[in-house]
Design a binder for this molecule. Structure first.
Ligand code: SF4
Length: 189
């Protein structure tokens, strides 16, 4: 970890591999999907410790991946919704609703009120298939459900970020990323 007053000027080289590793490990065991919780917690732990968006400026694997996938051309105008706050609000709502569904449905599965959904589902509404599993690790249904839901949320937002990186510019996702938005709001406070 870097010292308090040392300023980083760019993302750590190769950190995009963490994103690829995360999605690959889902094929080893979907239980690795739970590590998304770490990805959600670490930015705010660093923010609390260093009082700046160190995750965004140095360590974010998604931003690193988007720099790899993004277009090098700049011929498409960026819609004003990216800069006027509209899409930030939309993504915050989407992220909040997603987390609400994930938490609520996991509790319902744990209580035996609903069956666990052990398949990938994109953007809350598009069901896909269960992932092939290299290791068939056993876990309670609620944990399997939570793993799939977190994996699905990470996959959906990563695919969206990649699509936007191809359409507009590599890190355009950062303009509407809920983690970035909440981090900025916390810093202002
Ligand atoms: S805004 Fe989001 S995607 Fe961009 S660097 Fe920060 S956490 Fe990563």
């Amino acid at each position: 970890m870097i010292s308090d007053n040392k300023k980083r000027t760019g993302l750590v080289k190769g950190v995009f591999l963490v994103t690829l590793l995360y999605f690959s490990l889902g094929f080893v065991s979907i239980l690795f999907g739970l590590s998304a919780l770490l990805c959600m917690a670490i930015p705010f732990i660093l923010l609390a410790r260093y009082k700046r968006k160190l995750w965004c400026s140095a360590y974010c694997p998604r931003a690193s991946l988007l720099l790899k996938t993004g277009t090098k051309k700049r011929n498409r105008p960026i819609p004003r919704q990216f800069s006027n706050g509209t899409l930030k609000k939309v993504m915050l709502w989407y992220f909040g609703v997603n987390l609400f569904f994930i938490t609520g449905s996991t509790i319902q599965v744990a209580m035996g009120n609903m069956a666990s959904m052990e398949y990938v589902r994109l953007f809350i509404a598009i069901p896909l298939l269960p992932l092939p599993q290299l290791l068939r690790l056993q876990a309670p249904p609620a944990i399997m459900h939570l793993s799939y839901r977190l994996y699905s949320m990470m996959l959906s937002s990563t695919l969206l970020g990649i699509a936007l990186s191809r359409l507009y510019r590599p890190r355009i996702w950062c303009a509407i990323c809920p983690v970035g938005t909440v981090s900025t709001a916390l810093l202002k406070k």
